[in-house]
Every structure is written in C-alpha cells, then in structure tokens.
Design a protein around this ligand. Sequence first.
Ligand code: ADP
Ligand code: ADP
Length: 226
Amino acid sequence: TNALEIENLVKTYGDGFEALKGINLNVAQGDFFALLGPNGAGKSTTLGIVCSLVNKTSGKVRVFGSDIDTHLSDAKLNLGVVPQEFNFNQFEKVFDIVTTQAGYYGIPLKKAAVSAEKYLRQLGLWDKRDSPARMLSGGMKRRLMIARALVHEPKLLILDEPTAGVDIELRRSMWTFLEEMNRRGTTIILTTHYLEEAEALCRNIAIIDHGEILKHTSKRDLLQQL
Ligand code: ADP
Ligand code: ADP
C-alpha cells in the first residue's frame, strides 16, 4: 500500500470555483514528497481534503489504504497534520496543547506525557512547556504545531507551507528535523512554493497549477529538465 493515493480528486467551492480539476497522486511509504506550486494552485485544498478539513466534491483518497469516506478514523490514526495557520488555543500551556491532542487519539495520559516530552525536547520547546502558547515566538509556535502533529506517532506527516515566514536559521533546523524523521521511517508530504525547499528536502515532487498536476516526477529528473 502507498502512504497516500488520490484518484480523480475534484473540488468545486460553494461559489462554483473549480479549485481541483481531477488530480491523481500517489506517494509511496517512506517518501519525502513535495507538492510544489504557486499561490492559489490548489495545494492547501488538496491537503485540506486529505485531512478531512475540506469536503471534496468527488474522487477517492486513501491514507495507508484507508478510504477517508469509509474508514476515516483509521486514516486519521496514520496522519499527522501541520496546517499553515496557528490553530491552537493561545491561552493553553504548551505541554497541555500537545497532550490534549494525544487525548483525541485515545492515548492514555501517561503515554501522552512521555510522547509530548519526547517531541517538545526534540523541537527545543521543553523549557517552554509551562508557558501559554501566546508567549511563544512565531518560530516556536511553528515547532509546537509539529510536536502536536507527532504526538500520536503517525506514519504520515503532512505539512502545509511549513517554513512560510520562518527565518533562515529556523528553516534549516526544521529541515534537519524533518530529514531525521524521514530517515527513521516517517513518510513526509509538504506543500511549498519554494523550489529550493523542494529541492533541498524532497525525493519526489509533483507540480500543481490551476488545480491540475502538471508533472509528477523524481527530483533528479525534474532538475535535469530545468
Ligand atoms: P465548502 O464548499 O468547502 O463548504 P465554501 O465555498 O462554503 O467551502 O467556503 C468556505 C469559506 O471560505 C467561506 O466562508 C468562504 O467565504 C471562504 N472563501 C470564499 N472564497 C475564498 C477564497 N478565494 N479563498 C479563501 N477562502 C474563501
Ligand atoms: P494554494 O494552497 O496552492 O495557495 P489553495 O488550495 O489555497 O491554493 O486555493 C486554490 C484556489 O481555490 C485559489 O484560487 C483560492 O482562491 C480558491 N479557494 C480556496 N479556498 C476557497 C474557498 N473556501 N472558497 C472559494 N475559493 C477558495
């Protein structure tokens, strides 16, 4: 089974705008995959549908073989998501934000605490565990989103423009962290409009524009054609 399979995915928004025109995409287990395209191409819409934050109009989506129409909770267990916007409660403490998320997956409190500590340490946030999220810098909030997405140890991590608005130093350390996660077996899919980011990190790339996949290729082949 692939980590992600998308077949003929169509999204027409309520105003009649066709944001996805029947896209197909396969991401193998263990891949580090970039969905690359300009603003407005349909990247967030695609990921939003995979994470069931956005309703699709038609098409099929499977996460590790689980169809999101019929086996959504199985799909969600395998999925960690880092959306673009900070969507945690700014007044909640950092540690609690991560353990609360674990609770949604039915992870017992003790285990949740161990996992939260592990990822907060790895992401350099352990010292901030008792701070309300609103006290964190933008880069720290970004890392908090990643810790929260990983607390249930998903097999697939999806990040929507993870380094948008992030300074170069943090971008590099996030890249290193993601490479290490991937090396240890987590499949990673990210969206980006930076070719350099896709180039630096990813093994396979799909280029999306105006709701259509233009190319689906290995990074090496893509770079040879540029
Ligand atoms: P859905 O079809 O998924 O229910 P809707 O078309 O109802 O989505 O829109 C969801 C929300 O996004 C609405 O509040 C709408 O105002 C807002 N929205 C509309 N146009 C855009 C746009 N171009 N970009 C982002 N959000 C938009
Ligand atoms: P990207 O992530 O590649 O920047 P999006 O998936 O956010 O692209 O948006 C794709 C297209 O769909 C854009 O033209 C955007 O304006 C439109 N769009 C996004 N959300 C909505 C919405 N809720 N309602 C109507 N149009 C939307």
